[in-house]
Write a protein of this length. Structure first.
Length: 236
């Protein structure tokens, strides 16, 4: 959607500069088969990684983060289809779910911020988000008159995307995983090859936890792995 200079960023005429240097040879010998102290390909670093799963949704993911992802996916869909013409690409969401006896009961709060054209009112944005996004994603029995909606709570979101707020890739480790429901070892996923266990071991942890829950062995499961740099097998 960043295809217009008026938005501040246009993929057709932007410039991408790459500055890449070689990996430290001391690390490389630990992740290259046959070169390190241990002859198998070892982990790219030490650290802890977690996988999590829970049977409260069909996807075996926690309801708050799954719902937040579905909301921004729907935002993108109505923008790309032209159903809502004043949405722009940048957006984010947050969902607070009330639990009773460990199970989701009601959605307490929904926060959605979406970039928009400068000529639209906050009231029109609020109505469009609630009617075309929230009500199309959230089951009717999960919201009621007490559910709070915060739509563009600053009142304006015209400047956005890379032009408005750039940051380091990989900072959002919680939204990339379980929304805080499960533990996190602290390592990001973006830009890492499979030797970096921050990514590959977290994926495997999720795979193990998901299959334990899917098989009916547990309602909820968390798997923890830990590695030493240069060593193939987890230390725990």
């Amino acid at each position: 959607g960043y295809d217009d200079p008026e938005i501040g960023f246009d993929y057709k005429n932007c410039e991408v500069q790459l500055y890449v240097h070689a990996q430290s040879p001391d690390i490389s010998q630990g992740v290259t088969e046959g070169e390190g102290l241990y002859k198998e390909q070892g982990a790219g670093d030490q650290g802890m990684m977690f996988g999590f799963s829970v049977a409260e949704t069909d996807e075996l993911m926690p309801m708050p983060i799954l719902t937040a992802h579905k909301l921004v996916k729907r935002l993108a869909a109505v923008r790309k289809s032209g159903e809502v013409k004043f949405f722009r690409p940048d957006s984010k969401s947050q969902v607070t779910v009330r639990y009773e006896n460990g199970k989701p009961k009601k959605i307490d709060t929904i926060v959605i911020s979406t970039q928009h054209t400068p000529d639209v009112s906050n009231e029109d944005i609020r109505e469009a988000v609630i009617e075309t996004v929230i009500k199309k994603v959230i089951p009717a029995d999960m919201i009621d008159g007490d559910t709070k909606f915060y739509i563009n709570p600053t009142g304006r979101f015209v400047v956005g995307g890379p032009h408005g707020d750039t940051g380091l890739t990989g900072r959002k480790i919680i939204v990339d995983t379980y929304g805080g429901m499960g533990r996190h070892g602290g390592g990001a996923f973006s830009g890492k090859d499979p030797s970096k266990v921050d990514r590959s071991a977290a994926y495997m942890g999720r795979y193990i936890a998901k299959n334990i829950v899917a098989s009916g062995l547990a309602y909820k499961c968390e798997v923890q792995l830990a590695y030493a740099i240069g060593v193939a097998d987890p230390v725990s």
